[in-house]
Write a protein that binds this ligand. Structure first.
Ligand code: MLT
Length: 410
């Protein structure tokens, strides 16, 4: 008899963004005359930069010619891209990363999900609450979380680290000993950041407890303020305790092109049950070589193009556009009397829902009355209850219209 991985039965019914998409599709079907503005999932709306488009065309031409055609590439990514990443994303901020520590992939969602494969299933995981659902769901699938408790909306073995207005969205270090710590800064969903001193505390904790930090830096390109680390490796000693994930999805509008990378420093170690030190760079490399055949050549040339002078200028223009949307949302909501957070160093605005609403009730209210889609905070974890997320990734016109509609509700 074929059996299943029963951990899958511990998952909530549907992935957050699929649930929202279904609800919105139903509303749209019942109200075909209504123009729904979607500021829910963090998906970009501007086209890819011209420099990226040109690179795709050139690479496509190469693939069409016998002399320049390429088949399987290196599983870790082509050197032309890894070298640019090392130089431009790290050397420029004073961090030395060897190209062999960089693993190019098709997305940070896959990497943050797959990385768990190289760690024991007995490890205790710690997640901020609210959190990007992928970290939790993939650990449920792996069997690290135990069962779901409906009362608390929590999994029994997971350490939840609340990040709410009460603690200024700065989660406290766990009181108990944990092994795998997921941090995402600038944060999805709250749009808030940690300064260098705060991040240094996590690095110190990880060192002291022989834990590992899985640091998701997908929104790094949106940082505007000083003293906000662009990489966890800006913190001394972090290379001994942290894996960093970066994505081109939001940085360069690659949500449909698909390219990201993960940094696994050579200093990074984890242990066997008997206490033997194991090099994680080698382990992740082994995993990738077995399960992954690399990102398409055309995509990697597209990614390389964002590091050219033109490419950098063009992607910065797009980021500025989204940052302006974020200001429109922040200021507009403040005027309308909402309490708002984030939006300064991130494309997400996190707001308190009006008294008397749960975050799902507020979702329904906004959809029905303003025809605006956001994401209910509780979908990101129990401490997200009472909050709501809007993204700055819409078009400017739609963003302005959505905020006007919300203001007019008052
Ligand atoms: C989000 O809306 O949280 C993100 O777009 C999801 C993702 O990047 O996978």
């Amino acid at each position: 008899m074929i059996t299943i991985n029963e951990n899958y039965l511990k998952l909530q019914d549907s992935y957050l963004f699929s649930t929202i998409a279904k609800k919105v599709a139903k509303f749209q079907e019942e109200n075909p005359d209504k123009k729904v503005i979607k500021l829910g999932i963090g998906d970009v709306t501007l086209p890819i930069a011209p420099a990226v488009g040109e690179a795709i065309k050139r690479a496509t031409d190469e693939m069409l010619k016998k002399e320049t055609f390429r088949g399987y590439g290196p599983e870790q990514g082509y050197d032309f891209l890894r070298e640019k990443i090392a130089k431009q994303d790290y050397e420029k901020i004073g961090v030395t990363i060897d190209k062999d520590e960089i693993f190019v992939s098709d997305g940070a969602k896959c990497d943050t999900g797959n990385i768990g494969e190289i760690f024991g299933t007995d490890n205790i995981i710690a997640i901020t609450d609210p959190v990007y659902p992928v970290y939790l769901d993939t650990n449920i699938m792996a069997g690290r979380t135990g069962n779901y408790d409906k009362e608390t909306d929590k999994y029994e073995k997971v350490v939840y680290m609340p990040a709410t207005a009460e603690n200024n969205f700065t989660p406290e270090l766990p009181k108990e000993k944990v092994d795998m710590i997921y941090l995402c800064f600038p944060n999805n969903p709250t749009g808030t950041v940690l300064n260098k001193d705060e991040l240094a505390k996590w690095v110190a904790y990880a060192k002291e407890n022989k834990a590992i930090i899985l640091f998701d830096g997908a929104y790094e390109a949106f940082i505007t303020e000083e003293n906000v680390p662009h990489s966890i490796y800006e913190i001394e000693g972090a290379k001994e305790v942290a894996i960093e994930f970066r994505s081109l999805s939001k940085t360069a509008g690659f949500t449909g092109v698909r390219c990201a990378y993960t940094v696994v420093p050579k200093e990074l170690k984890a242990y066997t049950n008997s206490g033997e030190e194991i090099n994680l760079n080698r382990l992740w490399n082994r995993r990738q070589c077995t399960k992954f055949n690399g990102v398409p050549y055309i995509t990697q040339r597209a990614a390389e193009a964002i590091y050219s002078e033109e490419g950098q200028k063009q992607i910065k223009e797009n980021i500025n556009y989204y940052q302006e949307n974020a200001s429109i949302i922040l200021e507009g909501l403040k005027e309308a009397g909402y309490t708002v957070f984030g939006g300064k160093n991130a494309p997400y605005i996190w707001l308190k829902v009006p008294n008397g609403y749960t975050s799902w009730e507020f979702f329904d209210y906004l959809l029905e009355k303003a025809n605006v889609v956001g994401t209910p905070g509780v979908g990101f974890g129990p401490s997200g209850e009472g909050y709501f997320r809007l993204t700055a990734f819409g078009s400017k016109e739609n963003t302005i219209e959505a905020i006007e509609r919300i203001k007019n509700l008052k």
